[in-house]
Write a protein that binds this ligand. Sequence first.
Ligand SMILES: NC(=O)c1ccc[n+]([C@@H]2O[C@H](COP(=O)([O-])OP(=O)(O)OC[C@H]3O[C@@H](n4cnc5c(N)ncnc54)[C@H](OP(=O)(O)O)[C@@H]3O)[C@@H](O)[C@H]2O)c1
Length: 231
Amino acid sequence: MTDTSPRTALIIGASRNLGLGLAREFAQRGWKVVGTVRGASRTGLHDLADTSEGQVAVEEVDITVVESVEQLRERFAEASFDLLFVNAGITDPDKPASEVETEVFTRVMVTNALAPLRVIETLAPLVKPEGTMGVMSSRQGSISMNERGGHEVYRASKSALNQLMRSYDARRDDKRTLLLIHPGWVQTELGGEGAPLTVEQSVPGIVSTLEAHAGDGGLQFRSYADETVAW
Ligand SMILES: NC(=O)c1ccc[n+]([C@@H]2O[C@H](COP(=O)([O-])OP(=O)(O)OC[C@H]3O[C@@H](n4cnc5c(N)ncnc54)[C@H](OP(=O)(O)O)[C@@H]3O)[C@@H](O)[C@H]2O)c1
């Protein structure tokens, strides 16, 4: 018998910009979406959920708080998502790394590298055995393509994320597909006003890439245009 139930996605960090755009695009494509915000403030995700007739739901998690991620897992203990996607991330002050305060360095590294890896490992049991787990990386995390420097700590955090995901892939024993995604340079608070792409131009490509590689297994680093990104 063919399974006609809608596919399901859990999107971590969906309050605004790329994460909110992903929640909206998946819902438009017929997926059921749980998106997360942090804190109690009202966000664009709440507005989307209110008009979605039950297709989009809002949950709370701060990816840097281990207990918060564990509580999310417990709330969804019976769930079986087709996709888990960790979008949450922060930028850096764009100074040479040696000038960045240690506390800021730690915050960027924990938020962009350690926390997404922990979310993937903690929430993997909520994803179907042959489902997909993705994390928003960046071309700036590519070591081989770094010829211009800049945003040194942010770059290092995305390189660390990629490396941690490779180590996780090497030691895990399951068939889920792992994808690191470069969304392009996108106009958001993080990307800045000068970015060439809008959220609306980036997000459909990200969703198509995630859909296209469902069932592949292994780990790939791909762009929103579904191109391979060099490590
Ligand atoms: N924009 C670009 O050009 C670009 C390029 C390459 C990669 N990326 C990556 O794409 C992702 C989204 O970027 P964006 O441009 O949409 O950034 P953004 O507008 O700054 O949004 C960041 C999102 O991450 C959430 N977040 C941050 N820290 C979190 C935490 N500790 N726990 C839970 N959620 C947290 C934010 O929630 P709040 O609303 O609560 O702050 C928000 O939903 C990031 O991983 C970023 O590194 C962006």
